[in-house]
Design a protein around this ligand. Structure first.
Ligand SMILES: Cc1ncc(COP(=O)(O)O)c(C=O)c1O
Length: 378
């Protein structure tokens, strides 16, 4: 049995998305910047996709900018805010994705900002009183706090973060890559300068994403070139990807509630079955459904000789999951997120992440294999 439980890394493309992309590839090859009919036809596809995404997010189409994915969108928001909005101080959390953390660290290295990292509690939740303390001491700060963590699944309440940032006139960016298409984002109700999305995290294509830039936030491009994306991102558009990401987000919103309930059911089932099979199992992060991404479960296991090689053993059993941290004796480099959480280095961790395509039978198979791995000793 082959089981794919690494959907926070990437998801399979939905057949309905493939259909739209194929039709675009077959029929619409023009360059959207060309003024003739072939170009105009394709320009219409790009603009229709932008409108679809904007409508779903309750934003204006003029606030959506297509990018090559989540990393570029995060980079654009961070680098250009620092450059263009008079930012000299930034605040983020130690458990951000590297697309945010490394970008901010580089800006600090170049002497452009001072960077503060927020305190976390033992479950990895961000201490918002620390955010307020730091903002009170520093005017005109750039704040970047992810909506949900890709390794442990913890969700941060963006409305609370936004209220604090507004009080201190801070610029707010949130990496929403893991919640886009899984939770509704209503930008008419949330005051935020930037959020990001990546198609491949919600059954769309890889290599395409977008940055929402609030209409009142004026930054320059990260990538210079032609006049594409209303002069905000040079380069011929990834037309097939753009058609695909819009379709994927449309499907995600259409089926969101049903998928949320179904996938949360799988996650809860896996938690319960793991507790029965491996009494000493623990979970990294907050697993309370109201604070935790329903697609992610980070499992911490009692260390045995073999669990050191946990991911390898899962892989040879046909199970694809993703690394948390290896045992302290192992060779894998530990995760910065689990280190930020101060999780027990003597227990190996593995991240399972679910999609609408997973089944209880697959969970049963994985739990059985994990039990075998944990009980085996050499
Ligand atoms: C939270 C988060 N941010 C950013 C990214 C990067 O997105 P992309 O792979 O589209 O560049 C990812 C992907 O792993 C992610 O999980």
């Amino acid at each position: 049995m082959q089981v794919y439980l690494d959907n926070a890394a990437t998801t399979p493309i939905d057949p309905e998305v493939i259909e739209v992309m194929l039709a675009t590839m077959q029929n619409d090859f023009g360059n959207p910047s060309s003024i003739h009919s072939h170009g105009r036809q394709v320009k219409t596809i790009v603009e229709k996709a932008r409108k679809t995404i904007a409508n779903l997010l309750h934003a204006s189409p003029s606030e959506i900018f297509f990018t090559s994915g989540g990393t570029e969108a995060d980079n654009m928001a961070i680098v250009r805010s620092i450059q263009d909005l008079g930012i000299t101080h930034a605040i983020t959390s130690p458990i951000e994705h590297h697309a945010v953390l490394h970008t901010l660290e580089e800006q600090q290295k170049q002497g452009k900002i001072n960077l503060d990292l927020l305190r976390l509690d033992e479950k990895g939740s961000i201490d918002l009183t620390h955010l307020e303390e730091l903002l009170a001491q520093n005017p005109r700060t750039f704040v970047s706090i992810m909506h949900a963590n890709n390794e442990i699944g913890n969700i941060t309440d963006l409305h609370k973060v936004s209220a604090i940032c507004q009080k201190y006139n801070a610029v707010l960016h949130s990496d929403t890559v893991q919640t886009m298409g899984h939770y509704p984002h209503n930008l008419s109700e949330l005051k935020i300068n930037f959020i990001t999305g990546a198609g491949h995290k919600f059954h769309g294509p890889k290599g395409v994403g977008f940055l929402y830039i609030n209409g009142d936030t004026k930054i320059k491009p990260l990538i210079y070139g032609g006049a594409q994306e209303r002069n905000m991102r040079g380069g011929t558009e990834n037309v097939y990807g753009i058609a695909g990401i819009a379709k994927a987000l449309e499907i995600a919103y259409r089926d969101m509630e049903a998928h949320h309930n179904y996938i949360q059911g799988l996650k809860t089932y896996m938690i319960d079955e793991l507790k029965k099979a491996i009494p000493d199992v623990q979970f990294n992060g907050d697993i309370n459904p109201s604070n935790s991404l329903y697609t992610v479960l980070n499992v911490s296991l009692p260390c045995t000789d073999m669990s050191d090689m946990l991911l390898f053993n899962l892989d040879i059993s046909g199970i694809s999951a993703s690394g948390g941290s290896a045992c302290s004796s192992g060779s894998a480099i530990g995760s910065h997120v689990l280190q930020g959480l101060k999780s027990d280095p003597d227990r190996p961790s593995v991240r399972f992440s679910f999609s609408k395509l997973n089944t209880k039978e697959e969970i049963d198979h994985v739990v059985t294999k994990l039990k075998e791995i944990c009980e085996s000793t050499f």
